[in-house]
Design a protein around this ligand. Sequence first.
Ligand SMILES: [Zn+2]
Ligand SMILES: [Zn+2]
Length: 554
Amino acid sequence: MPSKKLRVLPLGGLGEIGKNMTVIEYDGKIVVVDTGLMFPTAEMHGIDLVLPDFSYLRDRADDIEAIVLTHGHEDHVGALPYVLREIGSPPVIYGGLLTIGMVRSKLDEHKLSDAPLQELPAGEKVQRGPFGLELVHLAHSIPDMRGVLITTEVGSMLMTGDYKFDQTPVDGRPADIPRLAEIGREGLLLLCGDSTNADRPGVAPSESSVGPALLQQFSRCKGRIIVTSFASNIHRVQQVIDAAVQLDRKVALVGRSMRKNYNIASNLGMAKAPSGLFIQPREIENFPDEKIVVISTGSQGEPLSALRRMANNDHRDVQLHSGDTVVFSATPVPGNERAVNETIDRIYEIGATVITAKDAPIHASGHGWQEEIKLMLNLTKPKYVMPVHGDHKRLRLHSELAEAVGVDGANIFRGRNGLPLEIDQNGAKFGEDIHAGTMYVDGVNIGDPDDAALRDRREISADGIFIVVVTISNDDGTVVADPEVIFRGVAFLEEADALVEELSDLVEDQLEDAAEKGTRESHLIEEDLHDAVGKFVFQRLKRRPMILPVVIEV
Ligand SMILES: [Zn+2]
Ligand SMILES: [Zn+2]
């Protein structure tokens, strides 16, 4: 057998929660598993989305045999439009039925309708170049979650994607435990498993335990009920609908993604409601409060979401008032806690009541807890383990769980983004690091973190901005009007006038110097002004605001 290597290169998802993307290489060919994104933190001023840096694929586009998507969550599929636009379309994009449905709708919005999306039914084996591919059904907080089994001459590897071993899932389709055990018996070379809940001892509660808890909470409510959850959590939305039916309430779906995902799922037969149950959001006011359940986006406090708008008294169809109960059937994803808390507090200010997962068991995580991670390891019996999908703490805890069930510590690889794991018949080891940072989407453009725009926003947000406008003569470079100094967002109010005066003097001196030296190009004058003003402001204020000199020639 030739000494070919199986190479597993994570571009995102390690040392962080989000933007999952892994490149699997063998014999010069590539399969990409997931193309996820991450939502920006508050420090990323004005950035819309965070993507993995997939520039590694740019020169290798022709080698890609397939992109395989584990499920329809944004942290697994959200970067796909950008990947397709930047590196072109692969021969095929595989996923489960709902995943393909959701991705098709997303790509249509990005005008990428001719992408080669194809459902690959669980258990069906296909060969793409040197890779045998098979999807394995697993349970998660979205239907049609699939692990990806990739087989090469060197051996097989399983990317679990996100999973839990829910024994009573709402759709009656638990994880395909028999197939996982079979994979273990056939001999699994490498397992890359979800680490999200590696810090939680025990077993995650079943999704079907949420329905009765919701019904119990709803039955106590006298006024309107507004439930928020992830729009992609079709089974949760279904359970809210079922509770509303039992209590003889009408249901309004509010928020674009809530309506869109429900329609996709309902067209695929994965969600159902009796006819006449749904009303339009604008009809809510036509019904008594005790006859209404609103299912809304915004469980993460997203700024433009329907619930956030309601909390800000800024929603066209739903005006919250006392007597309403807002039910958070979700927990904040790490990083979103503050936005969620703000939303909750505004709802209290309005006078409505809030119920969260801390008050009642109205949420169940879609990621398995420690005993489920151990079960995955015991079923599939991998030779090598590389934990994925988690921050460094959870990757470490996942490694410890693997050791606890008997995986040789030397065969457990705690990786990071950009560090490829290379396996051949001689063993496994990390290869050479490649650059795997982050890319930002600002509007529709993709940039990197060193982008001038983001650096500017950071400077302005931290220390403000000074604008210096000078007008010089086109003929001899002499100053024709007093320099003007404008500042915004700079904290030094008492000394402002004196400082501006000193600054004007400084600017005049600079311009005289420039005229004497015969410097006439306005960009050179601007550079000198920038440096001099920056130095002066730092000496006086110990701050580095953005300095923006503007030279006007008349
Ligand atoms: Zn997920
Ligand atoms: Zn995920």
